[in-house]
Design a protein around this ligand. Sequence first.
Ligand SMILES: Cc1ncc(COP(=O)(O)O)c(C=O)c1O
Length: 438
Amino acid sequence: MLNNEKISAKTTQQTVRQTIQWASEQRDQFPIFSRHPEWSYLDSAATAQKPRRVIDFLQEFWCERNAPLHRGVYRLSAQVTQDYEDVREKVARFIHAGCGNEIVFCRGTTDAINLVAHSFVAPRLKKGDNILISAMEHHANFLPWQQLCQKTGAELRIIPLRKGLVEGAFRQHLQVGLDLESAEALLDDRTQFMALNHVSNVLGVINPVTDLCQLAKTKNIPVLLDGAQAIVHGSVDVKALGCDFYVFSGHKLYGPDGVGVLYGRSELLETMPPYQTGGDMIEFVSTAETTFAPPPQRFEAGTMPVSAVIGLGVAIDYFQSLPEERLLRHENTLLQLATENLRSTKSLQKVQIIGDETDLTRKVGVLSFVIEGVHPHDIGSILDSANVAVRAGHHCAQPLMADLKLTATARASFAVYNNERDVQQFCEGIEKVITMMI
Ligand SMILES: Cc1ncc(COP(=O)(O)O)c(C=O)c1O
């Protein structure tokens, strides 16, 4: 279950040292860092670097095993088909779905959300109905619902933000969460669907999605959770969460790009028409009519990204080989180190954290911030000159930015391969920004 309670026990100096030692061993698994040891890559919330075993697998796949899926009668094709279907079962076990038939492969989170919007929600949505999302959604979980509502005359309702302040040594930092009381008030008997991020890509906060799913369930409202940021920060159990759909992308989970997962409860997938039509998703086609394959094949039209799907299976093996408690402690240690530096270093007092928490175990390793008087793009460029890669911009969350009265933030995000030196390089880079720009 994604929650950092597993690391809420007090972090001691010894556990910090052990975790950092462990992390340096993990970094060695990522070839990009032996080629570029000078890099502090702090943009894993955008896309994660790939471990050697995923890279080696892909190379070996192209050299030894490439063949078409589902169509060949020869051994190579049969083997690829078996491997592909095995990954479906693996993903089902990974997120505790009921069975492999509840797993649909698609291009990524964006594709999966669009599939649900067009195939599940659109046929059910009428003028006067409403869909509930939150003010901190990525555009991938905002635009499909906005466009659908505009097309049908339904209302897009938005759970507002609850804002607070966290004291630093020199200034206050901004705490941002969902206003749960408003969420309850926004649900009514015309609410057809709820779609929420599990973890915010801008703020890093872990949202109370289990409570919100429970609330929706009392009113029979189906829920989709956008797990793009959550999936890589601890185990996910879709049954325990109580959601109807869960979506994520392979590239943020140390896997290949071009592949993602839609989990949908069987009863719901069975009611859904195809999203796209074409090869491989049919039962029978004649000039007069067509019958479609059952889920999940019904939703996998055309040639699927076979190597990426099987590579995702390798990435899941890698991720599951990391002891969860240690991984969470490691990422949280880096978050704490960076946060404490920004909160309490005199020369960094112009920095304001956006999405701070008094209890940092309520966040994953994502740290958004602004510097008074400096555009985040300048922060990003100057950090780049110090070999620190962070994301700068609106993070595909313009409604959130507007709510916070910001146009952009800079964002550092931590993964298994980051270490204390990255945090140090990051903080020194920010000092450089301040010296150059203020
Ligand atoms: C919370 C969230 N949702 C959705 C997406 C979209 O993911 P993808 O571009 O892989 O489809 C992202 C990507 O950053 C994200 O952070």
